[in-house]
Design a binder for this molecule. Structure first.
Ligand code: UTP
Length: 412
């Protein structure tokens, strides 16, 4: 980035101290910082001023439940299989996260959850995809979103493991954008003397990054009309599930969202709902007691279904979501930072905090549910489809996912 442009951006976002620090750097360090700025999205800093938007009027949404799905399963499956065979359905794995809670030094997908043999998270994903390939006889085009820190190791890992049997001709990688990390005073932090602290710009950054990589055009060329977007860390999930695909197509909705019945009203999953009449998701930390206790027309808990980050989005509507319209969320996280130290020969050390110390700026894919305009919430069985890995032990962990995989009949 040109220094003049950098200066302009810093002044726009009240980063005078940072500007001063960079201006006083030697040429080599300054050049490195300016190179880094080419892939940092500073527009996210505006979220610090704007704050989180107030929620609108929340009401229950109708969810397509298991019994209703069972009645039309064959028809939905037929529609889904037909769309997959016609090449209308792609898949997109969100693998750009940092997996900080898991605490591995590598990309989450490279984590081995096996007990008697290696079973990598990526391996589980490809095995799940092979179920539908074997059923339909068609390869599903797969987009893999990485970040600049894990892109190379993910590609090397998948080459080494021959994509676990998946046809590489159907795989396309793209790298998501990064956003700067700021301290609690809103100042951009440094990770090294010549590098800003940064993080991937959240799992909602997938479509704008796909567009930057020209992959939206590829979707059009190949006739891909729907994309199944999912998280890397749910090792039990069904990908491009024909019944889900068929039900969403038949509903005419621009989005299908897989949901599970919540384990308890406070479970840490977003609850699907209507917000000001539009389908939406209320995050678990936004659930008030009133919402948790609310009942629907049948006397059932009104917000009892949680999203599992497995969505089917219609490409046509995604096209109309411009990047700048995505809300940016300000999230407290642990961010390693540079601190002055008399004991270090360089005069600096990197501090790895034990507690959250900074804000990360992120877009979230759950915001697509509201922005796409229409959504079919589609219930799935937790024990068959939802084993997320966030931590190494305890809730949503390697430990809990192993138990669920074993109970579902997988060998580990
Ligand atoms: P999480 O929000 O659980 O984040 O991601 P994470 O990176 O896996 O873990 P923590 O919070 O650092 O411990 C849900 C999904 O979204 C992806 C993740 O890779 C995961 O599949 N993700 C998250 C991205 O692709 N990019 C991001 O910027 C953030």
């Amino acid at each position: 980035m040109e220094e003049s442009r950098f200066r302009e951006i810093m002044l726009t976002y009240g980063q005078e101290e940072v500007l001063e620090k960079v201006s006083s750097m030697n040429d080599k360090d300054k050049a490195r910082i300016l190179r880094q700025c080419d892939f940092l999205d500073f527009t996210f800093l505006k979220a610090l001023k704007e704050g989180e938007k107030e929620r609108g009027f929340i009401e229950p949404i109708r969810t397509m439940k298991l019994a209703e799905i069972a009645l039309k399963k064959d028809e939905y499956e037929r529609i889904g299989v037909e769309a997959i065979k016609a090449g209308k359905v792609g898949a997109l794995v969100l693998a750009g996260g940092m997996g900080t809670r898991l605490g591995s030094n590598h990309a989450k997908g490279m984590y081995d959850i096996g007990m008697t043999k290696p079973v990598y998270i990526f391996q589980r994903m490809f095995e799940n995809m092979m179920d539908v390939v074997n059923k339909t006889g068609a390869w599903i085009p797969l987009f893999i979103m990485t970040n600049i820190m894990n892109d190379r190791e993910i590609k090397e890992f998948l080459v080494e493991h021959k994509c676990f049997g998946y046809n590489p001709a159907y795989i396309k990688f793209f790298v998501q954008d990064m956003s700067p990390c700021v301290d609690y005073n809103g100042k951009i932090m440094f990770a090294k003397p010549d590098e800003f602290a940064m993080s991937p710009n959240g799992n909602g950054g997938f479509y704008s990054s796909m567009v930057n990589a020209g992959l939206d055009k590829l979707c059009k060329e190949k006739g891909i009309e729907y994309i199944n977007v999912f998280a890397i860390d749910n090792v039990l999930q069904r990908i491009a599930d024909p019944v889900f695909v068929g039900a969403t197509i038949e509903s005419g909705c621009a989005t299908g969202a897989k949901v599970v019945k919540k384990a308890d009203p406070g479970e840490k999953v977003g609850s699907i709902c209507l917000e000001d009449g539009q389908p939406s998701v209320v995050e678990y930390y936004e659930m008030t007691d009133k919402l948790m206790q609310a009942k629907d027309a049948d006397g059932e808990p009104a917000y009892d279904y949680g999203v599992i980050l497995n969505y089917l989005f219609r490409v046509k509507e995604m096209d109309s979501i411009v990047k700048n319209e995505m809300p940016v969320h300000v999230v407290k996280k642990k961010v390693p930072y540079l601190a002055e130290s008399k004991d270090s020969p360089t005069g600096y050390i990197t501090v790895n905090p034990d507690e959250p110390n900074a804000y990360k700026l992120e877009t979230l894919s759950l915001d697509f549910v509201r922005m796409m305009g229409s959504c079919l919430p589609f219930e799935v069985v937790r024990e068959k489809e939802f084993a997320p890995i966030k931590n190494s032990m305890g809730i949503d962990s390697v430990e809990s996912a192993r138990k669920m995989l074993i109970a579902a009949g997988y060998e580990l």
